[in-house]
Design a protein around this ligand. Structure first.
Ligand SMILES: Nc1ncnc2c1ncn2[C@@H]1O[C@H](COP(=O)(O)OP(=O)(O)OP(=O)(O)O)[C@@H](O)[C@H]1O
Ligand SMILES: *[C@@H]1O[C@H](CO)[C@@H](O)[C@H](O)[C@H]1NC(C)=O
Ligand SMILES: *[C@@H]1O[C@H](CO)[C@@H](O)[C@H](O)[C@H]1NC(C)=O
Ligand SMILES: [Mg+2]
Length: 606
């Protein structure tokens, strides 16, 4: 049995954030939903699909930007609030509105883009419920509101569309099962943040709600691709069967998004479910890096503070220029591109330095052509180099492992997978050994797959843990193995114990089955403690001894009450956790009193 510390009795229980620890309401087992709506909330573009819960073979898709002469599967993940923090526009509407605002107004409004990347956790950047984001105007704004208002927009839009398509008004969002996709490489706190944002946005009424399913982007894409017929892929010959009809097939799915490149490896099982063969991997090297590199290049050309002044004084025009580049980078021709240079940029440049062509003199790969910037194909390719190199490197690292020797296919999905430059490089590197496939609807494969996943989350039967997870425990002190500095004595019965020990629950690389419950038994450390606090930690190491070791990260905690202290330290507490899901689910049982509670591990207030 593992000893677990409680909160000292002088520690008021109210210090636990409200809503974190609470019995689930009885409505959890609500009736089956009528519709499934899957929101692909992307770094650069967002969209959704929906279907009747009973007809997931007829998924409907929304198109965007028709008022602006466009028809795309996703709309820009851009959101605009006015100076009073009131939500104004989302998507193309936000982009267009912001670009028409005069500079004087634009400086007061709050405009956000690419904000999803703020949840891709670099070790230093802890995700909390009240974290803030910086708007385009440099001012701070609550992150939760940016995410929840975006989700609220998608929700209202979806309910409207469904209403129109089905002649049915949905009065109750409980009629809908919502699926939100997130990168597989996101950590637990980022996933929980999305759930909280969804609750704020009114998709669900309770944090515990099973009407919201968090799906992993490359998994959703995999689920979609495995059931596609051969014609569902671009330029594929032969008479290959659907993946799901050939058990044993192994393939890599690469979700090439704007923010992250997210990689997973799957094997089709006999019952058509999927087994993960390699832990989710990838990184923040998505298509937006190309735009960033282009911006760096502009800074290089318009040196001496020209670009900085332009970006500061004409933010909306600057956005327009980047938006135009964003369209140009998608060109499928392997040739030079022309980017329009706005009048104000020319003016700023001319004020600082008389002759614009002079600015281009020492510059490789770009030419000044009467108000436009001509960029050679080679230069364009160089903007892609970082993303390409990192993606290929990550794929090689995975595929070179001996246990990946039987993988035959590489599937490219996500908007960035349409890039001719990225594809060319991947073909050159891998096409001798692997079949490289791209579904026709590469950008919507994620949302469509998320519908299928939402209707049957068991479709991914097992996953590989990317980290080692464990809880903090105490043990009877043993001078032979324990650090003296961690020696403590209990107040009530002079029990001598070692504090701050790490108890591994799941190891890095372990296979975790989706419906497998891991059970652990604990006893209290203090005879009179009336609750137990489970503090969760993770590390990349295979195991660890103490929770304060290097590389150890505190994830979150939950508290389980043990109200009756009569039996002192001879009480027993059971913790059941499902690790195989996209979110951890824990149940704490005070064995002595027989009381059991579903507990939510709070990953947002460490
Ligand atoms: N034909 C193309 N050539 C080059 N880049 C492209 C092309 N089509 C789309 N992109 C890029 O792909 C990215 C958008 O892809 P996608 O919609 O899959 O990303 P996302 O879902 O918003 O991001 P993430 O999944 O990382 O959160 C953008 O960076 C966009 O510029
Ligand atoms: C230059 O910028 C100002 C302020 O942003 C804007 O009002 C004006 O229309 C721009 N002029 C041109 C020619 O683009
Ligand atoms: C499918 O098979 C796998 C093992 O092959 C198993 O773990 C999983 O539970 C099965 N799924 C269903 C829905 O039967
Ligand atoms: Mg995406």
């Amino acid at each position: 049995l593992l000893n677990i510390l409680g909160l000292p009795s002088k520690f008021p229980l109210t210090s636990i954030p409200a809503g974190v620890f609470r019995s689930p309401p009885s409505t959890i087992m609500a009736s089956k939903s009528l519709f499934i709506v899957a929101i692909d909330f992307g770094t650069s573009y967002s969209g959704y699909c929906f279907s009747l819960a009973t007809q997931t073979d007829r998924i409907q898709q929304e198109f965007w930007g028709e008022e602006h002469g466009l028809r795309s599967a996703k709309t820009p993940t851009c959101i605009l609030f006015n100076e009073k923090h009131k939500f104004k526009e989302f998507g193309y509407d936000a982009v267009m509105k912001y670009s028409t605002l005069p500079s004087s107004e634009a400086h007061k409004w709050y405009y956000f883009q690419n904000f999803k990347m703020k949840l891709y956790n670099k070790v230093t950047n802890k995700i909390t419920a009240n974290m803030e984001l910086k708007a385009d105007n440099g001012k701070r704004f609550p992150a939760l509101k940016v995410f929840s208002e975006s989700l609220r927009y998608m929700k209202d839009h979806a309910l409207n569309t469904i209403g129109e398509a089905s002649y049915q008004t949905i009065y109750d969002t409980e009629d809908v099962t919502w699926v939100i996709t997130v990168p597989a490489i996101w950590d637990t706190s980022a996933r929980q943040f999305m759930r909280l944002a969804a609750k704020e946005a009114g998709l669900i009424t309770d944090m515990f709600s099973e009407k919201l399913i968090i799906a992993l982007e490359p998994e959703a894409a995999s689920v979609w691709c495995k059931q596609l017929p051969r014609q569902g892929f671009v330029a594929e010959g032969g008479d290959r069967e659907k993946f799901e009809e050939s058990p044993g097939t192994q393939y890599v799915v690469v979700d090439c998004g704007g923010g992250t490149i997210d990689i997973t490896v799957h094997e089709v099982q006999k019952n058509r479910s999927l087994k993960e063969l390699h832990k989710a991997s990838g990184g923040g090297w998505g298509g937006n890096r190309v735009d960033e590199n282009f911006k760096e290049f502009l800074k290089e050309i318009f040196q001496g503070g020209i670009w900085e002044e332009y970006a500061k004084n004409h933010p909306t025009e600057c956005h327009q220029m980047m938006y135009n580049f964003g369209l140009q980078k998608c060109s499928s021709r392997r040739e030079e591109v022309y980017i329009r240079c706005y009048h104000n940029l020319t003016r700023v440049a001319e004020r600082k330095q008389k002759d614009i062509p002079l600015l281009f003199e020492g510059v490789q790969g770009a030419l000044w052509c009467d108000g436009t910037i001509k960029i050679t194909y080679e230069k364009m390719t160089s903007f892609f180099a970082y993303s390409v190199k990192k993606t290929i490197g990550a794929l090689q690292e995975i595929l070179n492992k001996p246990e990946m020797a039987t993988v035959k296919y590489i599937l490219l999905v996500g908007g960035f997978a349409s890039s001719i430059i990225l594809r060319d490089e991947i073909y050159q590197t891998f096409s001798e050994q692997y079949h490289i496939l791209c579904p026709r609807d590469a950008q919507v494969a994620i949302a469509k797959g998320a519908i299928l996943f939402g209707s049957n989350p068991q479709i991914v039967a097992s996953r590989i843990s990317a980290l080692t997870y464990g809880v903090e425990i105490t043990q009877a002190f043993d001078i032979a193995v324990h650090d003296v500095q961690k020696k403590r004595v209990s107040k009530t019965d002079n029990y001598v114990y070692c504090t701050g020990l790490f108890q591994k629950l799941v190891g890095n690389g372990d296979v975790v089955e989706i419906d497998k419950v891991a059970s652990y038994a604990f006893t209290p450390t203090e005879a009179d403690q009336t609750n137990a606090v489970f503090c969760f930690f993770c590390t990349e190491k295979k195991d660890a001894k103490y929770v304060d070791e290097e590389g150890m990260k505190k994830l979150g905690s939950c508290t389980v009450p043990m109200p009756n202290p009569e039996l002192g330290r001879n009480r027993q507490l059971k913790l059941d956790i499902k690790f195989g899901l996209t979110e951890f689910k824990a149940t704490g049982t005070d064995v002595t009193s027989g009381e059991s509670r579903v507990v939510m591990i709070d990953f947002l207030t460490v």
